[in-house]
Design a protein around this ligand. Structure first.
Ligand SMILES: [Zn+2]
Length: 172
């Protein structure tokens, strides 16, 4: 009788090629961290919020100094908007869904963008005007309801963008 070793889930879940970071998949939708360093965030998706009436937080707040670059996390189309709550916002629509960045100080490149292009700059516009500057970052898979993007952010924000994937493979 022989013992069958357990399946190596780490190896099984590893992307097959290094091109994985430019070809987003449902398990890894972002190729690039959406906010440059220095930045700080925790998983505050779903937290209770009262500004503008009680609601559950639909994004993750990535705190960074005013003017920090906000980048498209994947190839897509960037379009600006503005509202009382979100202030100046930029939405990037990609193949697997869209992201929504709010409270920006100004916009960057708009229209067709590649992953990593600067689409805006961190600020505190909208209902963040009395608070710290941050990017309110929402992820809408399949362009549906907002989802918790914390682990997807961790995959690309734990290290400088160009090192994120090799580093993750190293520790996987
Ligand atoms: Zn927020």
């Amino acid at each position: 009788m022989t013992l069958n070793p357990p399946a190596d889930s780490h190896t099984a879940s590893r992307p097959a090629t290094s091109s994985a970071h430019t070809s987003p998949t449902p398990g890894r939708p972002f190729a690039v961290c959406p906010v440059d360093q220095p930045r700080r965030y925790v998983d505050d998706f779903g937290d209770a919020r009262w500004v503008g009436g009680f609601h559950r937080h639909q994004g993750i707040d990535i705190f960074a100094p005013e003017g920090t670059r906000v980048r498209a996390p994947f190839d897509g189309t960037a379009s600006p908007s503005s509202s009382w709550a979100g202030g100046l916002t930029v939405r990037v629509e990609g193949r697997l869904g869209f992201v929504y960045n709010a409270h920006l100080s100004r916009t960057g490149k708009l229209g067709r963008v590649r992953a990593g292009d600067v689409v805006g700059y961190v600020g505190n516009s909208g209902d963040a005007r009395w608070g710290s500057t941050h990017d309110h970052f929402e992820w809408h898979p399949d362009a549906g309801a907002a989802g918790d993007s914390f682990r997807y952010l961790n995959a690309v924000c734990k290290a400088p963008a160009w090192r994120a994937i090799p580093h993750r493979w190293l520790i996987a």
